[in-house]
Design a binder for this molecule. Structure first.
Ligand code: TYD
Length: 220
């Protein structure tokens, strides 16, 4: 049975680049490794990407937190079954975004009103419930922590169009970051905080070492 790793962080935090370096490193050491992501590459995942990340018509109302929660959760529920099956024949699966993204993003920008507090709790509860129901857990999460200003600076350098979430104001990403940090306090054992302002190679080295240690421990 392989280990399941998730990478989290605000857009532009460098996790996708690091995931590629990690795959190469782990494979060099002989570990069967697979990179996956959420939203998934399934028709539902692609639909979500289109709806949420910008291909909606300009006149359409933006999707609310609850709609997004259910869409991402539906995608994830099916995804978990696939991941469980794949873990039987792989050493490591690295997933670019998973449940923590849902809490960090869908609960971002919510206020301190009672209604918003309930919504926040509900978002958290749904994600936990899915994991419990599916009898599934994450072995380790690396949270790429970075100031939104730095991340947005990196994004504006990308060739692709910045749309959807990436076009939200810095306050939105501050809220996402705060939610992530709150999760890392809640799950100290699982979530490892990574200083994403460090050079990419250094980050990949640190994360790679940690994964290799976990793999060593599992050896019979
Ligand atoms: P993507 O283009 O994959 O961005 P990135 O490379 O930064 O991961 O888009 C994923 C977007 O979807 C990202 O802005 C975060 C958002 N998202 C949620 O809001 N909730 C979720 O549960 C997930 C998985 C992603």
């Amino acid at each position: 049975m392989g280990i399941f790793i998730t990478l989290e962080g605000i857009d532009g935090s460098g996790k996708t680049t690091v995931s590629k370096i990690l795959k190469a490193r782990l494979e060099k050491d002989g570990y069967k490794t697979m990179l996956i992501k959420e939203p998934t590459e399934t028709p539902l995942g692609k639909f979500i990407r289109g709806e949420i990340l910008g291909s909606r018509t300009e006149t359409a109302a933006p999707l609310g937190a609850l709609t997004a929660l259910f869409l991402f959760s539906a995608d994830r529920t099916v995804h978990i079954d696939e991941i469980k099956a794949k873990l039987n024949c792989l050493d490591v699966i690295i997933c670019d975004r998973f449940i923590d993204s849902t809490f960090a993003y869908q609960a971002a920008g919510l206020n301190n009103t009672l209604e918003d507090k309930h919504l926040k709790n509900f978002i958290f509860y749904v994600s936990e419930f899915i994991l419990k129901q599916k009898k599934f857990s994450i072995d380790r999460t690396y949270l790429f922590d970075l100031k939104p200003e730095t991340a947005l600076g990196r994004l504006s350098g990308r060739v692709c169009k910045i749309d959807g979430f990436d076009s939200r104001p810095p306050e939105f990403f501050n809220s996402v970051r705060k939610n992530y940090l709150c999760l890392s306090e809640k799950h100290k054992e699982r979530i490892k905080l990574i200083d994403a302002s460090a050079p990419i190679e250094k980050i990949a080295g640190e994360v790679g070492e940690d994964i290799l240690k976990m793999l060593e421990k599992r050896k019979p």
